[in-house]
Design a protein around this ligand. Structure first.
Ligand code: EPS
Length: 390
């Protein structure tokens, strides 16, 4: 079974991730992993921190001679900013006078709920772990899941549909999403250049006013075979697993599969994807009129592209802060501000790709099994043949 954990504070020495259950013999392409980390750092509207960091995955175990060996994989991503925090956030007792308190909680962040829960008088340790910096660790192990999925012919990428008040109202074909991957400069990761320009203007507006923006990203998993996940038990349904995985990302407040939200307001005749049999090569010769189901029916992948949307609230750290209360005096004050991004929709999309990839890799391993890639691929190919003979 594929299992994973992350650890690390945003301004600590490093982020760490563990990934256990990957079959032996998977080729690890370090450049691919680091490119994924680079992609997460991009986007118009990122803050000062991204100018400091150059994220790279330092693999510590589970990989030898550039292949997985079946042992748990662990890796580390150094925080370059640590050198500025060594004295104020030490592991040892250090000098309490150097501690940087977060004096008033930010509405929308974990600051207040976390301080109450963990019984700290202010929010420094809360934001250190609740910060979206943690998503870098997920992207690193998600990249390993993507390398595994690539062996099965599956690719996972994302694009941005909405930034603030600007939305792209068309279904974007896989080829256009694939083309975005090759960009050397990422603006809003939107497949339509005119819409992307209007999105940039939205970000410029909040840069001027000291506000922040949310939006919507869509993750697309291409070439997923029918049969991942099952309706047999509630916690084995692929849509449920994907929703939990994407919802677990910082700032995501809603998740949608396919056109799930619009479907709730439409009659069945306009929603369900009619079935044909036209002999087009694919996993099977069955075809669909469209893909409103987002590639999942009955909690099982149906062979169409899987489409998962994440709805992101605006970043909760505002340069023009909202009203809050001082932790010590209980007097009304403005919420704390150090520095922040103003828009992270493209980066959240990359982090969501990692969560989708890890979820699909787990489901694929549950279905096909195998302790080595040779065994997994043999089982996978046998299943593909079974689908062809159906
Ligand atoms: C982030 C690093 C953080 C923030 C951001 C994401 O760095 P710092 O707090 O040092 O500026 O830029 O964190 C948040 C959005 C948040 O809410 O905490 C990163 O690496 O993505």
């Amino acid at each position: 079974m594929l299992r994973y954990f992350t650890a690390g504070e945003s301004h600590g020495e490093a982020l760490v991730a563990f990934l256990s259950g990957m079959p032996a013999g998977l080729k690890i392409d370090q450049a691919f992993v680091d490119r994924e980390l680079w992609r997460r750092q991009q986007g118009y509207g990122r803050g000062g921190r991204m100018k400091i960091e150059r994220d790279t995955a330092h693999i510590l175990s589970g990989v030898r001679h550039a292949i997985t060996i079946g042992s748990p994989i662990s890796l580390q991503i150094a925080n370059r900013d640590w050198k500025n925090w060594e004295e104020s956030l030490p592991v040892a007792a250090g000098d309490p006078a150097k501690h940087k308190r977060v004096a008033s909680p930010r509405p929308g962040h974990a600051d207040l709920a976390g301080a109450l829960k963990y019984n700290f008088p202010e929010a420094r340790y809360i934001l250190e772990r609740a910060s979206a910096r943690e998503s870098a660790a997920r992207v690193a192990i998600g990249a390993l899941a993507k390398l595994f999925l690539r062996e099965l012919g599956i690719e996972v990428l994302s694009h941005v549909i909405t930034t603030g008040a600007v939305t792209l109202h068309e279904e974007v074909a896989w080829e256009k999403i694939r083309a975005l991957y090759d960009q050397d400069e990422v603006l809003l990761n939107c497949a339509d250049p005119d819409t992307e320009q209007r999105m940039k203007e939205e970000v410029d507006k909040v840069l001027r006013t000291g506000d922040s923006l949310g939006g919507v990203f869509e993750v697309v998993a291409h070439q997923v075979p029918p049969g991942l996940g099952t309706y047999a038990q509630w916690d084995e349904r692929l849509d449920g697993l994907l929703a939990a995985a994407v919802m677990s990302l910082q700032a995501v407040k809603a998740v949608e599969i396919g056109s799930g939200v619009a479907a709730a307001f439409s009659p069945g005749s306009q929603v369900h994807d009619e079935i044909g049999y036209n002999g087009t090569p694919g996993f099977t010769a069955f075809s669909r009129a469209h893909n409103n189901a987002g590639g999942i029916e009955g909690g099982i992948s149906n062979g169409q592209d899987i489409r998962v949307r994440g709805y992101l609230k605006p970043i909760s750290t505002l340069r023009r802060p909202l009203q809050s209360v001082d932790f010590s005096t209980r007097e009304p004050v403005k919420a704390a501000y150090e520095r922040s991004d103003v828009c992270v929709v493209p980066a959240a999309g990359v982090a969501a790709e990692a969560m989708v990839a890890l979820t699909l890799a787990r489901c694929a391993l549950e279905k096909f099994g195998g302790d080595s890639m040779t065994e997994t691929l043999r089982n996978f190919q046998g299943y593909c043949q079974q689908l062809k003979n159906f």
